[in-house]
Design a protein around this ligand. Structure first.
Ligand code: HEM
Length: 248
């Protein structure tokens, strides 16, 4: 028995991989269906939906950017305390003293801009390919909530450096929100935790930025990708299907 077959037949290996080498249709299907990450993909896909120029991979790019933001944001959290006394000096130290601090800060900042850009371009692509039409209208609505959360992540992150730019940007931003009819004043109060930007606002923005918004993004991105599968893959697949016929 060769070493390779000894390893692949061992109990340890079989407990991880419950299928044979993927050189036949059954094992190829099992590779996808028995892996929590792969099973997001269908076992078979239409060649048309794989054309790079169809989606430009903008949805996936948004996912990857989000994951990079989680990674770089976690690194920043190790060196940041969300208090009005500590926040600004922590950021200055991060820029000047912490090894790779400036790199991680810039990756996080540029990543945030990139995620907004790819998300908006992805929405435009979905619109121009008509992929918002039934049966994908629910996923379009999930997408709109994802866009709002993405913008919310940028907005709440803006206050955290606690410099003049942050302070006045959030003062202006929340003042604009207060002009929203009916609930405007309440929204401003909830966001700031008081009449003006202060410690309560910093605590709330931090909580929203590092916990609430990322958790909702993870939840809704999972729902969004699951719906892509349930709606029959990308809309490009429909070119080979009868016109009507909404699927489950
Ligand atoms: C955090 C933001 C978002 C992420 C991570 C995301 C991710 C994805 C991914 C990975 C796909 C598979 C196809 C592709 O890569 O283009 C997809 C498809 C789709 N997305 Fe998004 N998306 C986001 C925001 C949006 C927004 C803002 C909209 C619209 C308002 C939207 C509507 C859709 C629809 C309708 C589809 C199915 C497209 C088709 O069948 O061709 N998504 N999304």
């Amino acid at each position: 028995m060769s070493i390779l077959s000894f390893i692949t037949k061992s109990r340890v290996w079989r407990s991880f991989f419950r299928h044979g080498w993927p050189n036949n249709p059954l094992d190829r299907s099992l590779v996808m269906t028995t892996n929590v990450f792969f099973h997001l993909h269908p076992v078979k896909v239409n060649l048309k939906s794989l054309r790079a120029a169809y989606s430009f991979g903008l949805g996936i790019l948004t996912v990857v950017t989000f994951l990079s933001l989680v990674a770089t944001g976690t690194m920043l959290m190790f060196n940041y305390v969300p208090s009005v006394e500590r926040a600004y000096p922590d950021i200055v130290n991060l820029q000047n003293l912490v090894p790779f601090g400036q790199l991680f800060r810039n990756l996080h900042r540029w990543g945030a801009h990139l995620m907004v850009l790819t998300c908006v371009l992805h929405m435009a692509r979905v619109f121009y390919t008509g992929a918002y039409k039934p049966p994908r209208e629910f996923n379009w609505v999930v997408g709109v909530v994802l866009l709002i959360l993405t913008l919310g992540g940028s907005f709440t992150g803006y206050l955290l450096p606690w410099d003049q730019l942050a302070y006045w940007a959030i003062t202006v931003g929340t003042s604009i929100a207060s002009y929203e009819p009916v609930a405007g004043v309440v929204i401003k109060k909830i966001l700031l935790g008081g009449p003006e930007v202060g410690q309560a606002s910093l605590t709330r923005f931090y909580g929203l930025h590092i916990m609430v918004i990322p958790a909702l993004l993870v939840l809704l991105i999972s729902l969004h990708l699951w719906r892509v599968r349930k709606d029959g893959g990308l809309a490009a697949n429909d070119l080979d299907q009868p016109a009507e016929g909404a699927r489950s």
